[in-house]
Design a protein around this ligand. Structure first.
Ligand code: MN
Length: 429
């Protein structure tokens, strides 16, 4: 587990004035990303307040082991660094951005973030999505099996499926409504056309750092060392296509058309102050099998993050109205820790690689107010919600913009944010 050090000191401030009090990127965060300034090429950077520090331009100021991983247009090699090197890089960046003595050397490499384009932080070899949000699994299962919402495997196996890496996109890139086979219950045969039940899913993304060799597992006690950091992840889901196609092999085209992530790698090191115990399992639940149980992971394997989903319709934007909050809830509503998810994924001998992306599964609260999908909010489309301007929604309409946010909060620590995970729905082609 990452330790708390001087980089987390709440008294530390930056000479980059906009960082101090910044809701997402104070100096205690220092997330990594891939960006391009206007007219420039893609390169590695760190977000600091309203600016991005170009790391490729200041490599001579950075520790040599880390500097050599920061020259290209992807962070896979940086994510793969041993923990000690990642910590050393973070400590040096914190020093460079807080100590006025370095301002003259560093300031010329700062760009106004508003003028930059952000890209995926890594070249994603593989993307898998889990189903660890137990209240989401329960809320959705209840729609189909009111007396028995969770299947018998749920509390033993971290359920997952292999997703599609090629269609992962950073925040801001529009999402084209997918076409596919839809077969409503009242129709005998399917038809092909635009999804009528397009939904979002509020998830965290886990970035894999150091990988494992094919055929070799990742022990639960060292799984945290394989996690480079986290992002927000919107697993867009076409519920009508999903309902028709998913048996017996699981999600396919209903989810592979696009996945949106927040572009900043919020490092495991930055999240150290926000580690909390994994919530106790309800009485009567089975203990995790031994390969998934580690006492230290149980003590500090969950994250104190406040999650929020907002919606802005085309009409709301045209009228200058603020986005409406659809849900709020904590990220601790996960039945499995990130370490358990990683260990389970590799337990068969499946090799994880630096820059692989893993979704946690939709994170929902047990009660309304924090549901992580419209499938839950609208009760499968049966209960439309009314927005402040009088519009109604069961699922997403063309022009709707969905934004996910996450803020880490802990007593005695400066809060840090993940930045936006946002996209607008375009009409089907
Ligand atoms: Mn999902």
């Amino acid at each position: 587990m990452s330790a708390i050090d001087e980089t987390h000191d709440p008294a530390r401030i930056s000479w980059v004035a906009s960082a101090n009090g910044h809701s997402d990127f104070p100096i205690q965060n220092l997330p990594f990303g891939i960006f391009a300034p206007k007219g420039g090429h893609r390169r590695a950077g760190v977000a600091i307040g309203n600016h991005i520090l170009d790391l490729a331009e200041i490599t001579e100021l950075l520790p040599a082991a880390a500097a050599s991983t920061l020259q290209g247009p992807a962070l896979n090699a940086m994510m793969a660094l041993p923990r000690a090197d990642r910590v050393g890089l973070r400590q040096r960046l914190s020093e460079l951005l807080s100590d006025e003595a370095h301002r003259g050397a560093v300031e010329p490499s700062l760009y106004d973030a508003a003028t930059c384009t952000l890209y995926l932080p890594a070249s994603i070899g593989d993307y898998s999505d889990f189903y660890a949000g137990i209240h989401h699994a329960d809320n959705v299962g209840r729609q189909f099996r009111p007396d028995n919402p969770l299947l018998p495997n749920y509390k033993y196996v971290p359920i997952g499926y292999h997703g599609r890496a090629s269609s992962v996109r950073p925040s801001g890139i529009e999402v084209r409504r997918p076409n596919g086979q839809r077969k409503p219950l009242h129709e005998d045969v399917p038809s092909f056309g635009p999804s009528r039940r397009l939904d979002y899913e509020l998830e965290l993304g886990i970035w894999i750092g150091r990988g494992n060799a094919l055929g070799e597992a990742i022990p639960i006690g060292t799984a945290a060392d394989h996690i480079a950091g986290f992002c927000l992840l919107n697993d867009w889901s076409a519920r009508d296509i999903q309902a028709w196609e998913y048996q017996p092999l699981g999600p396919f085209l209903a989810k592979s058309f696009q996945t949106t992530i927040s572009p900043w790698l919020i490092t495991a090191e930055a999240l150290a102050p926000f580690r909390i115990p994994q919530p106790a399992r309800p009485a009567g639940d089975p203990a995790p099998l031994p390969y998934l149980f580690d006492e230290a992971d149980q003590q500090a394997g969950a994250l104190a993050l406040d999650l929020e989903v907002t919606l802005s319709t085309a009409a709301m934007r045209a009228n200058g109205e603020q986005p409406v909050s659809l849900s709020r809830g904590p990220a601790s509503n996960l039945y499995w820790t990130a370490a358990q998810i990683v260990t389970h994924h590799a337990s068969s001998g499946c090799n994880l690689q630096p820059g692989d992306l893993i979704g946690t599964g939709t994170i929902s609260t047990p009660k309304p107010g924090g549901y992580g999908s419209l499938l839950e909010i609208s009760q499968g489309g049966k209960a439309p919600i009314t927005l402040p301007n009088g519009e109604t929604r069961t699922f997403l309409e063309d022009g709707d913009e969905v934004t996910l946010r996450a803020i880490g909060r802990a007593e005695g620590s400066v809060s840090i944010g993940f930045g936006e995970c946002r996209a607008v729905i375009l009409p089907a082609s």
